[in-house]
Design a protein around this ligand. Structure first.
Ligand SMILES: [Zn+2]
Length: 277
């Protein structure tokens, strides 16, 4: 899947770029990282990544489809600071449904993909799990502090592709340094060779991620990987897990170093630290 990150020739459809035109053409595509376009359509010279010519500051220049990476005003990740406290939406994690279907590895990310049946319900909105992946270090900061690892569970929002919007919902989980984490270890143990896909074992149990306390930071953002599409409803859990230094070292090897986009301007957005119940 490494070639899927490359700059591609631009079709007329792609020049329509954002909004409904983009969404209509992306239904059913797999996601890379936080939601990038996995469509293989030929290859150009520069792959997006996290260093050198493909580094985040250059993403918008790599492909017209990545316009939002430079021009978007509600981009992710951000520093979660200056938040107001409030009740927010009640959260329900119904992660006992479909088993993981597969794990793939493209040299930047391992994605565990799920069959339908795992739901994250925020207020009245029912979101279906698509995939989960890890970033090293964390993409979001909390009051200026970064963390060794951040896990993202990417969900299809009901207003998503096919309904006129991209519409993703992402739950973020931050990991502090400490004891090893069984979910992170399942990623490490299950990774297939680069560019390959393997059946994901039962060890990838989403239910293990359900927090005891649903308090979370809520804001409107984007995917943190190209094409940096908005809107994405973000729910970064306040409750943290731990990851061991050995696990972090192994993830950095697998990710080829850093796979985290720097924080983006908050702009006119508000962040709410919500109770979630
Ligand atoms: Zn992500």
């Amino acid at each position: 899947m490494a070639e899927t990150r490359r700059n591609r020739p631009v079709s007329r459809r792609r020049l329509l770029a954002t909004g409904a035109a983009l969404a209509a053409g992306t239904a059913g595509l797999a996601l890379t990282g936080c939601g990038g376009d996995d469509e293989a359509e030929g290859a150009g010279p520069v792959a997006w990544g996290y260093e050198g010519a493909g580094a985040p500051a250059r993403w918008a220049s790599l492909d017209p489809q990545f316009y939002n990476c430079g021009a978007g005003r509600h981009q992710s990740p951000i520093d979660l600071t200056g938040y107001a406290e409030g009740p927010g939406e009640a959260l329900a994690f119904d992660y006992g449904g479909g088993a993981p279907e597969a794990i793939d590895y493209d040299g930047l990310f391992m994605h565990v993909r799920y069959a339908p049946g795992n739901l994250f319900i925020a207020g009245e909105v029912v979101n279906e799990v698509l995939q989960a992946h890890l970033h090293t270090p964390s993409e979001h900061l909390v009051d200026g502090d970064a963390f060794p690892v951040e896990l993202h569970v990417v969900h299809q929002h009901p207003d998503g592709p096919g309904a006129g919007l991209w519409g993703y919902t992402v739950v973020g989980v931050l990991f502090e340094s400490g004891e090893p984490d069984p979910v992170v270890q399942a990623f490490i143990d299950g990774v297939p060779p680069r560019g390959a896909e393997a059946a994901a074992g039962p060890a990838f149990d989403l239910a293990a991620l359900v927090p005891a306390d649903p308090a979370h930071y809520r804001y409107d953002g984007s995917t943190t990987t190209p094409p940096c599409v908005e809107p994405v409803d973000w729910y970064v859990l306040r409750e943290r897990r731990t990851v061991s230094p050995e696990q972090v070292d192994r993830l950095r090897e697998l990710h080829g170093g850093v796979n985290a986009r720097p924080v983006q301007p908050l702009g006119d957005r508000r962040i709410v630290l919500a109770r979630g119940r």
